[in-house]
Design a protein around this ligand. Sequence first.
Ligand code: GDP
Ligand code: IMO
Ligand code: MG
Length: 417
Amino acid sequence: MSVVSILGAQWGDEGKGKIVDMLSENVHCVARFQGGANAGHTILIKNEETILHQLPSGVMRPNVKCVLGNGMVIDPVLLVEEIEMVEAKGCFVKNRIYISYLANVVTPLHKELDCSLESSLGTRAIGTTKKGIGPCYADKVSRNGLLVKDLKNLAAVKANLEEKINRAVNQNLINSDVLPLLKEECDKFYQAAALIYQYAADTITLMNEMVAKGSNILVEGAQGSLLDIDYGTYPFVTSSNTTSGNISTGLGIGPTKIDEIIGVFKAYQTRVGAGPFPTEQLNEIGEKLQQIGGEIGATTKRKRRCGWFDAVLAKYTNQINGFTSIILTKLDVLDDFDEIKICTDYANGNFPEDNLEGLKPEYITLPGWKTDISDIRKWEDLPANTKNYVETIERLVGVKASRVSVGKERDQIIEKK
Ligand code: GDP
Ligand code: IMO
Ligand code: MG
C-alpha cells in the first residue's frame, strides 16, 4: 500500500472518515495534513457512531499511529475533549498521537474573530464552522501565528495572547463585552495547551522514517477540493489547500513519496454553508436526498444542501488532484429514484472563468435501479443500472472507480475490478 491519500473531491462530507477507517485496518499510520476542528468525519462501527474533528480516522484502530501534521491548525481545547471522547470508548491515545511542533494553534481569540467577521459580513457571510480556522491561517500567513512548539513556554503564550486580545479590542475587531467570557476561554485554553504539548513531536522525521521503512501510511484529507483556498468556489471556501499539492507541504514528505491519490466523491452532491451550487435541487428531489442521505452537518448540525452529481466540477477536481482512482460513496442513497441526473455541461459559461453563481447546468438522465443495494458486496451482483451510473461517472470524469460504498458501516463497501 505504502503512501495512499484519501481526499474529498467535492464540498466536503463525501464520507472520507468512513473510507479512511475502513482502509486503516492494516496500516501503520494515518496522517492529517490540513484543516482543523472544522472537519467532521463520521465512523460507524457495529452501529456505534463516532465523529472525529482533529484526530485522524485511524484512531479507532488500537495499533495505528496518528499524525496531526504541520499544515493543520490545532485547537487544544477541542482536541482534549476529543481525546477524552475516544478514550471513553476504549481507544487510548498515549504513544499513538503525534502533533507537529510546526502546526499552528487556534486560540480563543481566533474563534471570537471568526464569529465577529462572519456577523460583520451579513448576507455575504461564508457560513463558516466558527472554529477559528480563517483567522488562524491568516495569522500563519501574516507571520503572526502561534506554533505548537511555542506551547512549551506557557507564560510567554499568555503574555502574547493577552496583548493580541487588547489589540483586537483597540482596533474594534472584537467587542469589549466579550472580554469576561474570552478570559474564561483563555484559562481553559492554557490548561488544554499544557495537556496537548505532551503529544508534540517532530512529525517530519517520524513521517520520513516510516516512508523509508516502507510502512503503510494513509493520508486523510479534510474538507473537499471545491473548498480549497486556491481552486475552490472563492470566497466561499475554507482557508487551507485541501488538494493533493498540499500533502507534501502539510506533512513534510516529498511529492515523489506519495503513491496513490484517491478522490472520494458522493454519488450526488452536497454543500453546507453559503456559496454557489449549480446542481442544487431546491425541491422534493433535494429534500429526498437530504432525508435518505441523513445530510446533517457532522460539525455544525446544519442541514446540508443537496443536488445532482456535477461531472463538470468532478472533472475539474480530478485534474487539480491527479487522482489515481476514485471512490463513490452513498450510492445506496439513490436506491429509490426512478431517474438520476448528472450535470455534464453549463449552458452559459465555464468555471473557473465565470463564477459558478448563475451557471445553468445541462443534464443527462439515467434510469434508476429501484433496488436495495446496501447488502450487496460484489460488483457483479449490482443491478445493471447501478453499474451503468458508476461507469458513466468514470467516463465523464476521466478516472476509474476502485470501490463504491453502499452504507455507513465499515463492511458496506464493494471493490470494483
Ligand atoms: P466526511 O467529512 O467526508 O468524513 O463525511 P461526513 O462524516 O461528514 O458525512 C458523511 C456521512 O455519510 C456520515 O454520516 C457517514 O456515516 C455517511 N456515509 C458514509 N458512507 C456512506 C454510504 O456509503 N452510504 C450511506 N448511506 N451513508 C454513508
Ligand atoms: P469535512 O472534513 C463540509 C465549509 C463551511 C463553510 C466553509 C468555510 O467534514 O468534509 P471554515 O470553518 O472552514 O472557515 O468554513 O467551509 N466547511 C465544510 N463543509 N465539510 C467540511 O469538512 C467543512 N469544513 C468547512 O461550512 O462553508
Ligand atoms: Mg464531514
